[in-house]
Design a protein around this ligand. Structure first.
Ligand SMILES: [Ca+2]
Ligand SMILES: [Ca+2]
Length: 154
């Protein structure tokens, strides 16, 4: 093996382990920073449907959050949910079932950003692409790197 191949092999290993930190490497992630949350509060992160100011009941599997409190987070985006608008929330899982549902409390502020799962380009909003997008309150649309979804405690 020459040095170029060795370098490529090493880089491949690094990329693989970096992806493992963000869950499933073939699924797109939403990433951001967490600010102001208190550790050991049974906190979880989830992606939940959000339409006309209401949470919908299709919260996807939550991720245990407490061990990520000191840094950023990365959450795999689901593929088996309806097209539409979603939010990332930090919640206290009162019934400990790893999902956001009745009785759980949302502890993160609404940062105005929305994840949009579109069936085709420009569905819901101009500039969105098929699949997951991230929009902000100024009409910006991120279609590839879905980062800076920062969450602050209420
Ligand atoms: Ca991923
Ligand atoms: Ca729950």
């Amino acid at each position: 093996m020459n040095t170029k191949l060795l370098a490529a092999a090493a880089l491949g290993t690094l990329t693989l382990s970096a992806c493992t930190l963000a869950g499933n490497p073939v699924r797109k992630d939403v990433t951001g920073q967490l600010r102001g949350f208190t550790a050991d509060q049974n906190l979880r992160l989830a992606i939940v449907g959000y339409n006309s100011g209401q949470y919908t009941a299709d919260g996807t599997q939550g991720q245990i959050l407490d061990r990520f409190l000191t840094g950023g987070y990365a959450l795999d985006l689901p593929s088996n949910v309806p097209y539409g608008y979603y939010r990332v929330i930090v919640f206290r899982d009162a019934n400990n079932n790893n999902r956001y549902d009745a009785g759980d409390t949302v502890l993160s502020k609404d940062n105005g950003k929305r994840l949009v799962l579109a069936q085709r380009d420009n569905q819901f909003l101009a500039g969105t692409k098929t699949g997951w997008n991230l929009t902000d309150t100024q009409g910006g649309v991120q279609t590839t790197l879905l980062n800076n979804y920062d969450l602050d405690a209420q």
